[in-house]
Structure formats: structure tokens, C-alpha cells
Ligand binder design. Structure first.
Ligand code: ACO
Length: 311
């Protein structure tokens, strides 16, 4: 009966067992996973664009090789995640269609422009740093295929974060102009990075269910606080100034207090009105359209092979 299926599911969740693709699961659990995993996949793929912008302009051969490897990793992450979402019964074509028609969300952070080489440092350090903070707990998320995809993703993200930090360190210890570039990139990426964790818990419609189902192990605000606490220490190593005049250690809480986040800006970007939303979606749509001949050729080839086999 429905009751016993539900009971079995609840018991599995409560005892920290993973739910697998063929297991019975409540419709809302399936829906929320498809939503989160597909948005996560789209973020990886759209996330290739701001950094792809700098591959041809990297300052040295070594920087170029590293950046290319990193951007390719992001493509891989998108593919693992699309595969994980497919196990829940949605097709890849449908997910692409949701992205291309603007129905699906992807992370707000990728709608900001990458203006200087220092942005490659800031993106690696802060954006990938925030991504790891959010994704390490997802290695223990309750849906097995998602959790297993996250293990490899996190290893690679940790390399991305280090390469970003190393770019920042080189610039911060470089000439006066280089140090200023690093500080400017930090100033521009800091607040959008804090927004990556999503709205405050009190205004996050999905958190309560996702925590109960152990999809999310930590809430948006908990992860954001952890990120602030570790990043402040890293900024000290870089010798850069935190772009927040209200930032202060709070002895009683054992955490840093930080200034107010511009939530209207966040919602505006999520709605499609950030500085690069149109450009990002256009790039994805155009890649899809220009790839039509490849899909046509592959389909024709498969058809020919099938006909030959049948003959
Ligand atoms: N950018 C765009 N949309 C966002 C963002 C963001 N930074 N944060 C929250 N939202 C959206 C949510 O998707 C949700 O919209 P929906 O209901 O239409 O799907 C709405 O705002 C309300 O947010 P929450 O109720 O807090 O949503 P949720 O519980 O899904 O939490 C979070 C959001 C933390 C991003 C979660 O989905 C998550 O952990 N996702 C996996 C990680 C991920 O997607 N990372 C992408 C960036 S990092 C990278 O890819 C390199």
C-alpha cells in the first residue's frame, strides 16, 4: 500500500540510507531533486562561459593550460549531473529545453561579467570556494546517484579553488597595479558569491522539506556563514581588504558578523535581469542551434546502421 511505501522511504531517510533510482519515492521528493540537480547541471554548463572568455587571453601558457582544464572539468560536472537527473525520469532534451526557454534557473553568479584576468583568480577562489562549501555536504545527500556524482565533482572543485587562490596570491604579491586588480576583482565578486547560497532561511521555500528529506544537510544561512568564516582568514593571507565595513568577529557566536546582502539585486538577477543573463542564454541557445547538424548526422548514421543490421 501507499502507506507502507511511504514508511519504508521514511525509514531509509531516517537511518541515513540512500534512495536509489528504482526505489519508490514521494512525488515531491522526485520533483525537488529534478529541480535542484538540473539547476545544478545548468549552472556548471553556463558557468563555463565567464571563464571561457579568458582562455585566449591567459597571461602564460601554464595559466592557459590550467584554465582550459578547469573549464573542461565544469563540462564534465554538468554531464554527470544531467545523468543523475535522468535517473529520475526526465530526459536531457527536456532539461535543455527548460534552460533554453528560460524556464529553468541556473546560479545567479554566472550572470556577472569577467572584466580582468584577476577575475579568473576571484572566480576560482570565491565562486568555486562557495561551490565546494555547498557541495561537500551534498556528497551525503539522500539520493544515491546525486551523492556519488558529487564525490568526484568536489575533488575537482577543490583543485579549481586552489588554482584561483594561487592566481590571487600571485597578483596580491605582485606590482601595485596587480594588487589593485586583485582587490577590485575581490570587491566585485564578494557579494554575489554570498548570494550563491540562496535566500535567507526564513525566505527559502524549499529548505524545510529538503532538510527533512536529507537532500540538504545544511541550510543556506549555515553554509553562507561557514563560507564567510573561512574566507576572511584566506583574505588575510592574501593581504586584501574584506569589501564589507560591517564585518566583525563576534566572540559570543564564534562567527564573523557580516553586512547586509542586497537581496533585491539577487532576485533581480534570478529573474533574468542581471548584467549578463541575456548574453549567457543566447550563448547556450546558439550552441544548441549550431549543433543541429551534428545531431542530424548522428541520427542519420544510427538509422543507416539499424537498416543495415535489419537487412
Ligand atoms: N541562483 C539562482 N537561483 C537561486 C539561487 C542562486 N544563487 N539560490 C536559490 N535560488 C532559487 C532556487 O532555485 C529556488 O527557485 P525554484 O524553487 O524555482 O527552484 C528559489 O531561489 C528559492 O531558493 P531555495 O528555496 O533556497 O532553493 P533550494 O532549497 O533549492 O536552495 C541552493 C538553493 C542552495 C542553490 C540549492 O538548490 C543547492 O544546493 N543546489 C546545488 C548546488 C548548485 O546548484 N550550485 C550551483 C552553483 S555552483 C557551480 O555550479 C560551480
Amino acid at each position: 500500500t501507499q502507506y507502507s511505501f511511504q514508511q519504508h522511504f521514511d525509514d531509509k531517510i531516517d537511518s541515513d540510507n540512500t534512495i536509489e533510482a528504482k526505489d519508490w519515492m514521494p512525488d515531491d521528493y522526485r520533483k525537488t531533486l529534478i529541480r535542484q540537480i538540473s539547476q545544478h547541471a545548468h549552472s556548471e554548463i553556463v558557468g563555463m562561459l565567464p571563464e571561457g572568455n579568458w582562455i585566449s587571453r591567459a597571461p602564460t601558457l601554464r595559466r592557459k593550460a590550467v584554465l582550459m582544464a578547469k573549464v573542461q572539468d565544469e563540462a564534465g560536472h554538468g554531464l554527470y549531473l544531467y545523468s543523475a537527473a535522468e535517473t529520475l525520469g526526465i530526459s536531457r532534451d527536456e532539461m535543455y529545453n527548460q534552460l533554453h526557454t528560460g524556464k529553468a534557473k541556473y546560479s545567479s553568479i554566472f550572470n556577472y561579467p569577467t572584466l580582468t584576468w584577476a577575475d579568473m583568480g576571484a572566480v576560482g577562489w570565491l565562486v568555486d570556494g562557495a561551490a565546494i562549501m555547498n557541495q561537500v555536504p551534498l556528497c551525503r545527500t539522500s539520493y544515491g546517484p546525486y551523492a556519488r556524482a558529487m564525490v568526484r565533482v568536489c575533488k575537482e572543485e577543490s583543485f579549481h579553488q586552489r588554482q584561483g587562490f594561487e592566481i590571487m596570491l600571485t597578483l596580491a604579491k605582485g606590482t601595485d597595479i596587480q594588487r589593485k586588480m586583485a582587490q577590485d576583482a575581490f570587491n566585485r565578486w564578494w557579494w554575489p558569491s554570498l548570494m550563491m547560497f540562496g535566500p535567507p532561511d526564513a525566505e527559502s521555500p524549499n529548505t524545510a522539506n529538503s532538510v527533512r528529506w536529507r537532500i540538504k544537510r545544511l541550510t543556506n544561512d549555515e553554509l553562507r556563514q561557514k563560507f564567510v568564516d573561512v574566507t576572511v582568514e584566506q583574505a588575510k593571507v592574501l593581504g586584501l581588504d574584506m569589501p564589507d565595513k560591517d564585518l566583525k568577529w563576534n566572540e559570543e557566536r564564534g562567527h564573523y558578523d557580516f553586512g547586509a546582502i542586497n537581496w533585491p539585486e539577487f532576485y533581480n538577477v534570478v529573474k533574468g535581469n542581471g548584467p549578463c543573463n541575456k548574453q549567457r542564454l543566447e550563448a547556450r541557445r546558439s550552441a544548441w542551434e549550431k549543433g543541429q547538424w551534428v545531431r542530424d548526422a548522428a541520427t542519420a548514421y544510427a538509422g543507416k546502421r539499424a537498416a543495415r543490421k535489419a537487412a
